[in-house]
Design a protein around this ligand. Structure first.
Ligand SMILES: *Cc1c(COP(=O)(O)O)cnc(C)c1O
Length: 468
């Protein structure tokens, strides 16, 4: 499989190339040159299969020419072995036609583990084959950093340095990062904000000699391999509900648009997903786009669902490219104007196409607490604030055809956001057994000022120590 950039100026690459590169050289995002399509019989053959098998089968066309299905199966079995549920991503019914697809049984209790655990193994495999090493640097306000650390801990060919804003992550989130004492992991608390951390990471990537010396790499949500590893769970759930012989709808609490894009990809591969529902908190740029073709950047407001507090949904560019009939010149121009003017001028024809499939809605913090309370009272189901937003959006956009069930992506374990759950239900959800001692584990991290030189020195020292 070859991959092209949405901006059309970067050379095509294979799967290994897009895995290691992340962003294309022209600033665009990689997409496969064509979409693989499964027949009804091929979908049916996956029904009832263990999750790693479904993952390997559905990722194989995307990795064609780089990794075979058998290798992918080995990697997937290792990636999902540490999950806290025998079904990996269990499907739980919470109301008539409403199903919770629990994506939070991985090591950090959020859905990012589903893709990141696979990404860690993919990186390791490809680097070992090439005899190369990389240093992964990243900035985190919480979830992504801990998922990356858990996925890349003890990987032989990879050093990891993660920057977090000192004192500005939740204690659970910080401890999930800083109690990983693997020698290839370095946590750095920056005396500054999340934006300072992000600026430092950008500055390291812009420092060309440093970037080359350290062989810097990133694993943020625009990496195509992460999207590819998120496709299988939609198929896994839809198959359990009767697909391909019965259509389904999907509802996703959305931030960077990566998770819902994966559902769109599953549809492109032939899975009968009739409707894609997007749930947003008050940072509702996507819901405003769907309602009125008004994609306008506003300031980020903190909410009870912090992993969706974003200004710009970076993966939207991939859908835009498709809506424009894969026209890289038009995509580039629209993205240029979006960056310059803060408003994305999407042609009405493309917008209308999007609204035939996508439906969006916005939920306030109060509404989020109300939905958590309702799920608890009516179904004895405990949802975290992100999942609750997906549930409420699904209720608001149930397909008229009563035969169609909605799969809601449950993106975090309720114990990850105990304060909000307590406000809604009156009690604090306990951490799962395997994390119960999190608060007594040893922590290790350095503290540095928000200065590029100091941070680069720390990253260099960390990588050297491991190379020695
Ligand atoms: C990252 C995250 C989201 C948003 O996912 P996107 O792929 O960015 O749309 C939603 N919920 C939780 C708990 C997350 O960690």
């Amino acid at each position: 499989m070859r991959y092209v950039s949405t901006r059309g100026e970067a050379p095509a690459r294979d799967f290994e190339g897009v895995l290691l590169a992340g962003l294309a050289e022209d600033g665009g995002l990689f997409l496969p040159e064509s979409w693989p399509l499964l027949s009804a019989a091929e979908w049916r053959a996956l029904r009832g299969r263990p999750y790693p098998e479904v993952a390997a089968r559905l990722m194989a066309p995307f990795a064609e020419g780089s990794l075979g299905e058998e290798t992918l199966l080995e990697l997937a079995q290792a990636a999902y072995a540490g999950f806290g549920h025998a079904a990996t991503a269990p499907l739980v019914q919470v109301a008539p036609r409403l199903f919770s697809l629990e994506l939070f049984h991985g090591p950090t209790l959020a859905f990012k583990d589903m893709a990141m655990q696979m990404l860690g193994r993919l990186f390791d495999h490809v680097l070992a084959k090439r005899g190369e090493r990389v240093t992964i640097v990243g900035a985190t306000s919480g979830d992504t950093g801990s998922a990356a650390i858990e996925a890349f801990r003890d990987r032989a060919a990879i050093d990891v340095a993660i920057l977090h804003p000192q004192g500005r992550t939740s204690e659970v989130q910080r401890r999930q990062m800083t109690t990983v004492l693997a020698p290839n992991i370095r946590n750095i608390a920056i005396e500054g904000s999340f934006d300072d951390c992000q600026d430092l990471v950008k500055a390291m990537f812009n420092d060309a000699p440093f970037r080359r010396e350290m062989r810097l790499s990133a694993v943020n949500s625009i990496n195509w391999a992460r999207i590819a590893a998120q496709v299988p769970y939609y198929a896994y759930a839809a198959l359990a509900l009767g697909a391909p012989d019965r259509p389904v709808a999907v509802s996703v609490p959305t931030g960077n648009f990566g998770n819902v894009l994966a559902a769109w990809v599953a549809r492109r591969m032939g899975l009968p997903i009739e409707r894609l529902i997007i749930g947003a908190n008050r940072n509702d740029i996507l819901a405003r786009f769907l309602a009125a073709n008004d994609m306008r950047v506003q300031s980020v407001e903190p909410s009870l669902s912090p992993s969706m507090d974003i200004q710009v949904s970076s993966n939207f560019e991939r859908l835009l490219f498709e809506l424009l009939g894969r026209d890289p010149a038009a995509t580039t121009e629209i993205m240029r104007r979006f960056r310059a003017e803060g408003h994305m001028p999407v042609p009405d024809t493309a917008w209308k196409k999007a609204t035939t499939l996508f439906h969006g809605s916005t939920l306030s913090d109060e509404g989020t607490l109300g939905e958590i309370r309702r799920l608890w009272r009516e179904s004895a189901y405990l949802a975290d604030p992100h999942t609750a937003i997906g549930m409420a959006a699904a209720r608001g956009h149930l397909p008229e055809d009563t035969g169609i069930p909605v799969i809601v992506a449950a993106t975090a374990h309720p114990a990850k956001f105990p304060d909000a759950v307590e406000r809604a239900t009156g009690f604090r959800p306990p951490l799962p057994e395997r994390l119960a001692d999190l608060y007594s584990r040893e922590e290790r991290y350095g503290v540095l000022p928000a200065e590029l030189g100091a941070v680069e020195d720390a990253v260099r020292q960390h990588a050297r120590r491991n190379a020695a």
